[in-house]
Design a protein around this ligand. Structure first.
Ligand SMILES: [Zn+2]
Length: 716
């Protein structure tokens, strides 16, 4: 590497903020390699420290992390917002080196020993709760990575890790292959009756890509696949019931082989004709994965894998999770039954001369939704111009959290002209900043919305670094219409909700008061608590007073009409019992399998037993949803799927505090908002989230508010 590569590399020399006008793909490889070289050099030095203190051990380790976070963070950010072939290939080149270095740190026995020595000096070195928790987390993570193991235990642990990695890959490959193997070609108008134009356009494109070069939107042929954007709308809209059944059966049995426990699939077994081929059978993989995870847990000194998962989470134990799931189900179950009964009646009125079957639910749900709440996303857009929504959202943050949000007057280098840069002020002082990249850009920007970290807060005797966030959305850009005049970016209601969600993450990152890099903002926050601040913010868009702040027709300034607002609120709770019961089913089965399964039972029997209580219409005899449940068998959600509900309970309960104070009571809102800011938003990962929550709420969260917000009454 030549010296200028490093000296003039804007990724390495970032200063206060990355200079996005200068960073290009060719800077990536030399910058990452230089950061890694320095990192390895410093790590080697750190591993020699015999008498670790906060200053000679944690701070130098932080230097390593910060340098790498900055370089790699900027690269990943550009991958999301300014992607290109050159950038992708540079990223691909150095990613394995990055992963290897991160592994080296997380598996360093010398660092583990250092953390242990430091903890032994807690009295003099770990003088704040944040420091104590940072060290405890480092020790916990090292133990969970097997660093503390010796001899045969270590050897077996490593074997299990390797086997689990390959089983996960095989599991997800089988799901992918079984998905690919199913193709249902539709050729007649009858077969696509009911399907929207947008779906037919994509289905014709898919057919064309699969050899039917003559395919077009209007005359077909159209190809249905088991990819979600294809089969889900198909089940919602296809009037042809026999085809719905065929597609439903294919999704429900995907990668389930011949059916577990010797149950034969009910229809043909050829992938091309409707049933996932028996070639892909994930049942034996599930058995192996669960047994290995259990063995791994026991090597680490836990009873089962559920305990391993919970070691780093907010939920204290399995009992507490089960209590939440069971109590929610007590209310959701009768509600779901009533919803399905109402749906069956509706289907009969619509001419269904049969019992409502599994493949009818999505279809009639959509018809009934249209009948009850006939509005479209497009109708709402004109009331939500982005600038108006932003002003209203910032005004809400100012009222609740006593902060001011202002467009920055500084000349900050941006990656695109549409990007805006804001400062957050408290008591007249700048405490944080954020970029907002609001519009979709096809070809270079990833879809969806997210919050990411640009700068992490830290404060030492020498310096204070303020937090900076990236807020990224994918809205419609403004248009310059010659006839009507310019039209601002207009948002759908769900885009507004998503913006509030990401802003909530951003607030936790930016309003932190923690001085330690390792625990400020969203760092070191247990991941079943991470969605609390984001989902909390979503609640506000269902409040009329907030709608009055964020809505205003882009031509007339008219607020969102009350009738439309009421429909939005009612539609939010449509089929809420059924949806909740389904999530509870997934959560419970995940917990049960990781707590109890030891190979002496059949996985499918456990699935059936729980399904009997947690589904309203009986599953197919060969239902194999577990065989494509990649979240828990090939993703990071093992014994963690409950987190979704856990965070919803927290955020609903937190919002209920504001409802109880009275949303029209300015003084109460201000006080409570301050308390929320001083606890949930300010303390981040510096204290245990249960403790922080109690400090905000004066008690633990209950499930009542979540039920109420979903239109259900808590059990007496
Ligand atoms: Zn989120």
């Amino acid at each position: 590497m030549s010296a200028p590569d490093v000296q003039n590399n804007p990724l390495l020399n970032q200063g206060e903020l990355p200079d996005f006008t200068k960073i290009t793909a060719e800077h990536v490889v030399p910058a990452v390699r230089e950061a890694l070289r320095l990192g390895k050099e410093n790590l080697a030095r750190l591993e020699q420290v015999t008498d670790p203190t906060w200053n000679n051990f944690v701070l130098p380790l932080r230097e390593i992390s910060r340098r790498i976070d900055r370089v790699w963070g900027a690269v990943n950010h550009l991958m999301g917002v300014k992607n290109s072939d050159a950038l992708r290939s540079a990223h691909e080149t150095v990613q394995p080196e990055m992963v290897e270095f991160q592994l080296q740190i997380s598996q360093s026995r010398a660092l583990y020993n250092g953390w242990q020595k430091l903890q032994a000096k807690a009295d003099t070195e770990l003088t704040t709760p944040a420091r104590a928790r940072i060290v405890a987390a480092a020790l916990r993570d090292a133990k969970l990575a097997g660093v503390a193991l010796e001899g045969d235990a270590q050897k077996r642990f490593n074997e299990i890790q390797r086997d689990l990695a390959s089983l996960s890959t095989r599991f997800s490959n089988a799901v992918l292959d079984a998905t690919k193997a199913f193709q249902l070609l539709l050729k007649t108008a009858d077969e696509v009756a009911g399907l929207p134009e947008s779906w037919r356009a994509i289905a014709a494109q898919t057919a064309a890509a699969n050899g039917h070069t003559d395919a077009n939107t209007n005359s077909g042929p159209w190809l249905v696949t088991l990819d979600f954007p294809s089969y889900h709308p198909f089940l919602q809209h296809a009037q042809n019931r026999a085809l719905r059944e065929q597609v439903y059966r294919a999704t429900a049995t995907r990668a389930g082989g011949r059916g577990a426990g010797g149950v034969q699939p009910a229809s043909a077994t050829d992938g091309k004709t409707g049933h996932s081929s028996e070639k892909w059978n994930n049942w034996p993989l599930i058995d192996e994965i669960l047994k290995l995870r259990r063995e791994e847990a026991q090597i680490l000194g836990y009873k089962n894998f559920a305990e391993v998962s919970l070691a780093g989470k907010m939920a204290p134990d399995v009992a507490k999770i089960r209590e939440m799931l069971v109590n929610l189900a007590k209310v959701a179950r009768p509600q779901a039954k009533a919803e399905i009964a109402a749906l069956a009646t509706f289907a009969k009125e619509q001419g269904l001369n049969d019992e409502l079957q599994l493949w009818d639910v999505a279809f009639y749900s959509e018809r009934r939704r249209e009948a009850l709440y006939n509005y479209t996303d497009e109708e709402l857009r004109p009331y939500f111009p982005l600038p108006k929504v932003l002003d209203g959202m910032f005004a809400l943050a100012e009222k609740l959290f006593a902060v001011k949000i202002r467009k920055s007057t500084e000349n900050v280098p941006l990656w695109h002209n549409d990007v805006q840069f804001f400062d957050v002020l408290a008591d007249g002082n700048k405490i944080a900043s954020f970029y907002l990249d609001p519009y979709a850009r096809s070809g270079e920007k990833r879809g969806g919305a997210w919050m990411d970290v640009c700068r992490q807060r830290e404060s030492t005797a020498q310096q204070t670094i303020l937090p900076v966030a990236y807020l990224v959305c994918n809205g419609t850009p403004p248009v310059l219409n010659q006839v009507e005049g310019p039209r601002p970016s207009l948002m759908t209601f769900s885009e507004v909700e998503t913006l509030f969600h990401e802003f909530g993450h951003g607030l936790q990152h930016m309003l932190t008061r923690v001085d330690e890099y390792e625990a400020s903002g969203i760092s070191n926050v247990e991941w079943d608590a991470v969605e609390l601040p984001s989902q909390f913010m979503e609640n506000w868009v269902f409040e009329r007073s907030v709608i009055d702040q964020i809505s205003g027709h882009y031509q007339t300034g008219e607020l969102l009409p009350q009738a439309l607002f009421e429909k939005i609120v009612a539609a939010k709770n449509y089929m809420a019992g059924s949806q909740m019961l389904r999530q509870l089913y997934f959560s419970l089965i995940d917990i049960e399998l990781h707590e109890k399964y030891d190979g002496s039972q059949q996985v499918v029997d456990i699935q059936k037993a729980i399904a009997a209580d947690y589904t309203v219409i009986a599953q197919l005899p060969d239902d194999a949803f577990l065989c494509s449940f990649t979240h828990i068998f090939a993703g990071g959600y093992a014994a963690g799927y409950y987190s979704y509900k856990w965070a919803e309970v927290l955020s609903a309960d937190a919002f209920a505090a504001f409802e109880e104070a009275g949303l029209a009571n300015e003084k109460a809102l201000h006080e409570l908002g301050r308390r929320y800011r001083d606890t949930v938003l300010a303390l981040g990962g510096s204290r245990h989230p249960l403790e922080i929550y109690r400090e905000f709420r004066g008690r633990d969260a209950t499930i009542d508010a979540l039920l109420r917000h979903n239109g259900m009454k808590p059990a007496a």
